[in-house]
Design a protein. Structure first.
Ligand code: PM9
Length: 460
């Protein structure tokens, strides 16, 4: 029997543990009420298993912890800046980079430097912070993802693909001059963690070359996307994650990056490009909003831990276990008949809240409601990814009511065990059994932007 035929298992052993606090149902009811039924506003001390996000929540390796001790905290020209540059060149292949405090710092940079008032920015589905920065720079986001991505039950293997006919229509409607770049996300978060294929990217590359449109990758979960290319796309089964990431980046002009996901660090990000002039502008932009261009809002030690994390994220064994754990949770939920987005993605299992709570109107905020109920049931904290996250249409002021109304169970990397996965599935089954009794929520406080972070709600 080869190792691949055996069940997945963690390619590490545990050296240190963090104790979890258990709470009673009464304590959780009080906590969620005080948090305005928004799981972002809970105190982490009141949480048992935290599936809010995989962002900055991963466990670092002993090598990464050692890297922290190699931090060179010189204000300028830190050796860690150069070590991180070497890692970016080796694994992503981009020539130049600017460190940023996290992903949205690099999105701010890219949007402000490339978008002009009235431009159109196509993307394979929106991401909250990405679209906001595009809009703040005067751009209009245009969704060009394949239709399958908007259908939670469609089992197409590459739901992150760009629909080339939507790209053609956009160019015919507005002209290529109004499209500075396409923002291409690996393992599309809002679609359920769905990958694009290399074939689709190659097609996009030829199209963009013809129309002189740049491709900027949101590389946040690209190593995870590469795992799906390896396991699903013909011709890639014998390539390593490292080789696949390098190849796919070669069809792009640069990237924005939240290193808090793939790269296994608790903070940090970067903007990378092959365009030297653009990099100079980004460096100058960096000193206004992030810090000097050789640290960009990070400590030297954070850059060093990231350089090690990038290398670890490219390991086939790492990705096999990472994705294996998420798939396992998906299977457990399916056994109970709980409606989830299929195929299961790499970073999270997404519950289809419309199918879970069909008696609720979308303006009763089914995903927000379900997230609060799951917390009360078991102390498991999850995230809303539906009507609240989608925000309001700037023209009509109405809720955007996206087709996908989801609750995300996001797995931090290298943090929880298979027994935790079983407890999570059992807890959600208990909410499923009493789903008919659940009533919706309404806003009592709604901030202007990225409202999902800070809104408060009460029961309808
Ligand atoms: N993603 C997530 O939980 C962090 C909080 S929600 C805004 O999924 C992509 C694909 C992301 C992402 C953050 C960012 C922004 C960009 N692209 O959070 O600023 O998933 O590092 O990255 C979150 P930062």
């Amino acid at each position: 029997m080869t190792i691949e035929k055996r069940s997945w298992a963690e390619p590490y052993k545990i050296k240190m543990v963090e104790l979890l606090k258990m709470t009673t149902r009464g304590e959780r009811e009080k906590a969620i009420h005080e948090a305005g039924y928004n799981t972002f506003l809970l105190r982490s001390d009141d949480v048992y298993i935290d599936l809010l996000t995989d962002s900055g929540t991963s466990a670092m390796s002993d090598d990464q912890w050692s890297a922290l001790m190699r931090g060179d905290e010189s204000y300028a020209g830190s050796r860690n800046f150069y070590n991180l540059w070497d890692a970016i060149k080796e694994f992503y292949g981009y020539k130049y980079y600017v460190p940023t405090h996290q992903g949205r710092g690099s999105e701010h940079m890219l949007s402000q430097l490339l978008i002009k008032e009235g431009d159109y920015i196509p993307g394979n589905m929106y991401f909250t912070t990405t679209r906001l920065h595009q809009e703040k720079a005067g751009g209009n986001f245009v969704d060009v993802i394949v239709d399958e991505a908007h259908d939670a039950q469609n089992e197409f293997q590459f739901k992150g693909n760009v629909d080339m006919s939507k790209m053609e229509k956009l160019i015919a409607d507005v002209g290529a001059d109004k499209v500075p770049y396409i923002s291409l996300e690996g393992n599309v978060n809002m679609a359920g963690g769905q990958p694009f294929s290399m074939e689709n990217l190659k097609e996009l590359y030829s199209f963009c070359k013809k129309h002189d449109i740049k491709i900027y990758l949101d590389a946040t979960r690209t190593a995870e996307n590469a795992w799906f290319i390896k396991t699903r796309e013909k011709g890639y089964e014998n390539k390593s994650v490292k080789e696949i990431v390098y190849e796919l980046c070669s069809y792009t002009d640069g990237c924005t990056m939240s290193a808090k996901k793939d790269s296994l660090v608790n903070i940090g990000g970067f903007f990378a490009t092959n365009d030297e002039e653009l990099c100079k502008k980004a460096q100058n932009f960096c000193v206004i909003f992030e810090g000097l261009h050789t640290y960009g809002g990070m400590a030297g030690r954070d850059m060093e831990a990231m350089a090690v994390g990038i290398k670890e994220s490219m390991g086939d064994d790492h990705q096999r276990a990472r994705v294996g754990q998420v798939q396992y949770l998906g299977q457990q939920l399916q056994k109970y008949g709980i409606p989830i987005v299929l195929p299961v993605g790499s970073h999270a299992v997404f519950i289809d809240a419309k199918a879970f709570l069909p008696h609720l109107d979308q303006n009763d905020l089914p995903s927000q409601t379900l997230a609060a109920e799951i917390y009360v049931e078991s102390g498991v904290r999850v995230m809303e990814r539906g009507n609240v996250s989608a925000g309001r249409d700037p023209e009509t002021g109405e809720n955007r009511c996206p087709k996908l109304e989801l609750v995300r169970l996001t797995l931090p990397r290298r943090v929880y065990t298979q027994a935790h996965m079983d407890v999570i599935a059992e807890s959600i089954k208990e909410v499923w059994d009493r789903r008919d009794t659940i009533t919706g929520l309404k806003f009592v406080y709604e901030p202007e932007v990225l409202r999902f972070f800070q809104s408060r709600f009460e029961k309808k």
